[in-house]
Design a protein around this ligand. Structure first.
Ligand SMILES: Nc1ncnc2c1ncn2[C@@H]1O[C@H](COP(=O)(O)OP(=O)(O)O)[C@@H](O)[C@H]1O
Ligand SMILES: [Mg+2]
Length: 225
């Protein structure tokens, strides 16, 4: 069996939806599940690269693999060659590329969609976010790439219907990834420590969510070259 290299793109025009947070914790969850991961920052704000820097600075005991995954700013002079550049990673043993995009509708984001095996669209469970997601969905649909929404930052308050309402609103335009991702301190504190939540609090609920989400994404993107 030839090993595929998958490219998962985190994309939505809306800032603050959780693209970078999910990119980091999914990268680690995937790595723990056996993938060799390279994560690329396509956002000039550079939050993902900053996380990588914090990671390398962290005590080796606190981070299981301080030098992995590869976390880099995507070389700005290679944007036009994104596809071959990603293709060349396979020869280096990378099995999963994660692209973290800017919260903007720009040519770089469109390229990142076009080269993806699968797009993940994080969205918070609010009406505003639901309205704002349309242009992103249209861009992905034009590219013909498969995608799913990830409901993120859902309230943990019992019987809060917002997540389900938003999911129902989204179900008519695309798939919903599983599980729902809740609002949890582990995501913020893990990021600040340069870790994925599965490293920061391996027995926590956030860690469970990220392991399950990676399994879902892995299954969905398996046969989509
Ligand atoms: N599931 C979550 N639980 C708690 N805080 C979250 C969660 N997801 C994201 N955040 C926080 O929301 C803010 C925006 O997240 P970020 O990943 O930077 O979004 P984006 O990259 O889409 O702009 C950050 O402060 C981040 O810590
Ligand atoms: Mg970001």
């Amino acid at each position: 069996m030839t090993l595929l290299m998958r490219t998962i793109t985190l994309v939505t025009q809306k800032g603050g939806a959780g693209k970078t947070t999910l990119a980091t914790s999914l990268a680690i969850a995937a790595q723990e599940a056996g993938e060799t991961v390279a994560a690329f920052d396509l956002d000039p704000q550079g939050s993902l690269v900053e996380w990588g820097r914090m990671r390398r600075k962290a005590e080796p005991t606190a981070v299981q693999h301080p030098h992995l995954p590869v976390v880099e700013r995507f070389p700005p002079d290679k944007l036009g060659q994104m596809k071959p550049m990603l293709g060349s990673l396979k020869a280096k043993g990378i099995t999963l590329a994660i692209l973290d995009t800017a919260g903007a509708d720009n040519p770089t984001t469109h390229l990142a969609i076009d080269v993806s095996t699968f797009c993940l669209v994080p969205i918070r469970p609010t009406r505003l976010d639901l309205l704002a997601v349309r242009p992103t969905v249209q861009a992905i649909m034009r590219s013909g790439r498969p995608f799913a929404f990830v409901l993120n930052q859902c309230s943990t308050i019992p019987r809060n219907g917002r997540a389900n309402d938003t999911a129902a609103g989204l179900a008519s335009i695309g798939f919903m990834a599983e599980p729902l991702v809740m609002q949890r301190n582990d995501y913020q504190d893990g990021f600040a420590a340069g870790q994925g939540v599965t490293e920061y609090a391996p027995d926590g609920k956030a860690a469970d969510e990220m392991r399950q989400l990676w399994q879902w994404v892995a299954t969905q993107s398996e046969n989509k070259p």
